[in-house]
Design a protein around this ligand. Structure first.
Ligand code: HEM
Length: 398
């Protein structure tokens, strides 16, 4: 594969609307559904830009999500060493084993279980807002609301003490932040792994009603596998949901007419959350895969061993599926979006994430009808260095 043009992934966002997909990705989508691109680590990959083809790749078992395969996009040599090192303690599992473990988890994240958690999520959201309102504005909505809500929910779910949330939030962020370098990323991973191992060992002595104890009691996973699964859930559920909460609030404040519709009719909240998931697509650099065999996608032959990057952000704005897709339209009915991925790696926590977002956003807007930004949007700092797009701080008053 040779790269014919200067399309590079990841691509930084330009100044202007913070929700615009980087221009090179939009241009790539105009070129075709499968476009050659250079990765910042010096490699090459195929960028998949259209909804139909992204869906096809993610649903096709001939593409692997194993990050250690050669040509895996978004992988540097240093990062590769780090992942290889961490695999020594948690060996790579094959697809059958992945499916077995997933099945065990999806049972815990089913609709009914999540529905039963709603009253507790509501009371946690109310408690966090009570504290924020009592202290008075202005506040940073990220640290006072958007992060504590998913942290409290994941703590409840797993049985992790909420007092530790600052510790694991900092480590989780460091682990995913390319700016800090591979050693600091690795250190954070080791500290988090040790924390989870210790907690899991404690649960073995003193079980509770939460998920770590449930998985231990089932006895289908070894103790270190339970700890690894808990860590995966912690990492998967925190920064993603937190970014979605802060960016959704900002997007609504920037679209006052849409915000007014939602305030006037709170039954719109479910559809609004789907549209916000589509429009914001926080998994900004796409989902990486490697072809295990020759596969034709969108009329293009992808050879065995080639890396592909499924660009969720641009596929979620595919005009053939979402007319006017670069605009936010809360009444669109965007349920087919790809923000939780698709196929065997599709997000395990999506039902929970949806419930959290619906409850947190509805409650925030209802309780703070005068919510507003206290700085111009141009002064906000957005986060491009993590795999997840986000805003560092969101200064608000009400
Ligand atoms: C709005 C919030 C969220 C977004 C946008 C999101 C997005 C995603 C995406 C795109 C994937 C697919 C990765 C791939 O195919 O390579 C994924 C996987 C995953 N997510 Fe989420 N997620 C969110 C919330 C959560 C929550 C709340 C949890 C758990 C409590 C969670 C746990 C996981 C896990 C464990 C996986 C790996 C599944 C597997 O490999 O089989 N996520 N997520």
């Amino acid at each position: 594969m040779t790269t014919e043009h200067a399309l590079t992934v990841p691509s930084p966002r330009e100044a202007g609307c913070p929700f615009d997909v980087p221009r090179p990705y939009r241009q790539a989508a105009e070129e075709g559904p499968v476009v050659k691109a250079a990765t910042l680590s010096g490699g090459e990959c195929w960028m998949i830009t259209r909804h139909e083809e992204v869906h096809a790749v993610l649903g096709d078992r001939r593409f692997s999500a194993d990050a250690l395969l050669p040509n895996f996009p978004l992988m540097t040599e240093e990062l590769r060493k780090m992942v290889a090192e961490s695999r020594k303690s948690t060996p790579e599992i094959d697809e059958q084993e992945h499916i077995r473990r997933r099945r065990m988890l999806t049972a815990e994240f089913k609709g009914k279980r999540v529905e039963a958690l709603r009253p507790q999520i509501q009371s946690m959201v109310d408690g966090i807002l009570d504290g924020m309102i009592a202290d008075g504005g202005p506040v940073d909505l990220v640290s006072r609301f958007a992060l504590p809500v998913p942290a409290a929910v994941i703590c409840l779910l797993l049985g992790v003490p909420f007092e530790d949330h600052q510790f694991f939030k900092d480590r989780a962020r460091q682990m995913l932040d390319f700016r800090v370098g591979p050693e600091a990323m690795m250190k954070a991973r080791i500290e988090l792994t040790e924390y989870m191992n210790k907690l899991t060992a404690e649960k073995q002595q003193q079980p509770d009603e939460a998920l770590i104890s449930t998985l231990l009691t089932k006895g289908e996973l070894a103790t270190d596998e339970v700890a690894g699964t808990a860590l995966l859930l912690l990492l998967g559920g925190l920064e993603t949901t937190s970014s979605m909460l802060s960016l959704s609030t900002l997007a609504l404040l920037q679209h006052p007419e849409q915000l007014a519709q939602l305030r006037a009719d709170s039954s719109l909240i479910k559809g609004a959350v789907e549209e916000l998931l589509r429009y914001l697509t926080v998994v900004q650099n796409g989902l990486a895969r490697v072809a295990l065999e020759d596969v034709e996608i969108g009329g293009q032959l992808i050879k065995a061993g080639d890396g592909v990057l499924c660009m969720l952000s641009i596929a979620n704005r595919d005009e053939t599926v979402y007319p006017g897709g670069h605009e936010l339209d809360l009444q669109r009915g965007a349920r087919t979006h790809l923000s939780f991925g698709f196929g065997i790696h599709q997000c395990v926590g999506q039902t929970l994430a949806r419930a959290e977002l619906q409850i947190a956003l509805e409650t925030l807007l209802r309780r703070l009808p005068e919510l507003r930004l206290t700085v111009p949007v141009e002064e906000l700092r957005f986060r491009d260095s993590l795999g997840f797009y986000g805003v560092e701080e969101l200064p608000v008053d009400w």
